[in-house]
Design a protein around this ligand. Structure first.
Ligand code: SF4
Length: 232
C-alpha cells in the first residue's frame, strides 16, 4: 500500500467517525428533547452512555452548531432524574443527603466555611437556612458546598444511599455522573453566579416529597427562557 493510499483510507475513517459522532449527537439531542418536552424515557442508558463518553465532543459540536451550550448538561440531568426518580422516592430521608451550592447564600452571609462546607447559622437572609431546616427535620444530612472538590470528602466520610443536589446544569450533570452509584436527583439553579443565585424551592420540596407539584409548571432557568438562544 502506498503512502497516498494509506492517507486516503485514514481520511475516510476519520470522515466516517465524524459523521457517526454527528449522528449520535443528533439522536441524543432528539431523544433528550422528547424526554424533556413529553416527559418520556427513550433508551435512557444509551443516551447517558453517549453523553458521558462523548461529553466534550458533544459540547463542542453543540457550540459549533449554534445550540445552547447547556443543552448537553440539561439532557444529562433530566435523563438521570428520570432514571432515578422511583428509586429515590423509595429511600428513607435518613439515608439521603441534600447538597446545596454555597452560591445560593446572601451577599452578607456571615456563615463560616468548615471542612464539610458552609456552616449556615440560619439568619434567614437566603433560602439555604429554610431548606436546611426542613431537610434536617426530615432526616437528611445537609451540606452547603463551594465546589465539587467537597463531594469526594462527603462521599468518603458519610453513609448514604441517595443524593438530592442543587447546582448549575454543568455542575449538576458532572456531580450526578460522579455519584451515579447512588440514587441521584438534581434541581438546576434558575440563575447561575457566584453569590445570590436562585433556585426553584418548590422543585426541591417536591423532590423531597414535602409537596406535590406534579401539575405545576416548573420555573424555567433564566438561560432557557425563549428570548435567549436555545434548543429547547
Ligand atoms: S441563611 Fe445561612 S447561608 Fe443564608 S445568608 Fe444566612 S447564614 Fe448564610
Amino acid at each position: 500500500m502506498s503512502i497516498y493510499e494509506f492517507y486516503q483510507i485514514f481520511g475516510q475513517i476519520v470522515f466516517i467517525l465524524g459523521i457517526t459522532l454527528l449522528l449520535l449527537l443528533f439522536v441524543s439531542l432528539i431523544l433528550g428533547k422528547i424526554l424533556i418536552r413529553q416527559d418520556r424515557l427513550i433508551f435512557p442508558k444509551l443516551l447517558l452512555f453517549t453523553i458521558d463518553v462523548f461529553y466534550g465532543l458533544f459540547k463542542k459540536f453543540s457550540e459549533n452548531l449554534g445550540l445552547d451550550e447547556k443543552i448537553v448538561d440539561q439532557i444529562g440531568v433530566e435523563v438521570r432524574n428520570k432514571v432515578n426518580e422511583k428509586s429515590f422516592e423509595k429511600i428513607e430521608p435518613k439515608e439521603k443527603i441534600l447538597i446545596l451550592p454555597h452560591c445560593l447564600r446572601n451577599a452578607e452571609c456571615e456563615a463560616k466555611l468548615g471542612s464539610s462546607g458552609l456552616q449556615c447559622i440560619n439568619c434567614n437572609r437566603c433560602v439555604i437556612g429554610a431548606l436546611k431546616n426542613k431537610a434536617e427535620n426530615m432526616g437528611y444530612k445537609v451540606f452547603i458546598i463551594p465546589g465539587s472538590t467537597f463531594l469526594k470528602k462527603i462521599v468518603k466520610e458519610n453513609q448514604f444511599k441517595a443524593v438530592l443536589g442543587v447546582a448549575c446544569y454543568h455542575d449538576l450533570n458532572y456531580g450526578m455522573m460522579k455519584l451515579s452509584k447512588f440514587s441521584c436527583q438534581g434541581v438546576p439553579l434558575l440563575k447561575d453566579g457566584c453569590i445570590n443565585t436562585k433556585v426553584d424551592t418548590k422543585a426541591i420540596f417536591h423532590k423531597m416529597g414535602v409537596i406535590n407539584t406534579k401539575n405545576r409548571t416548573p420555573e424555567v432557568p433564566c438561560d432557557h427562557r425563549p428570548h435567549k438562544r436555545g434548543f429547547i
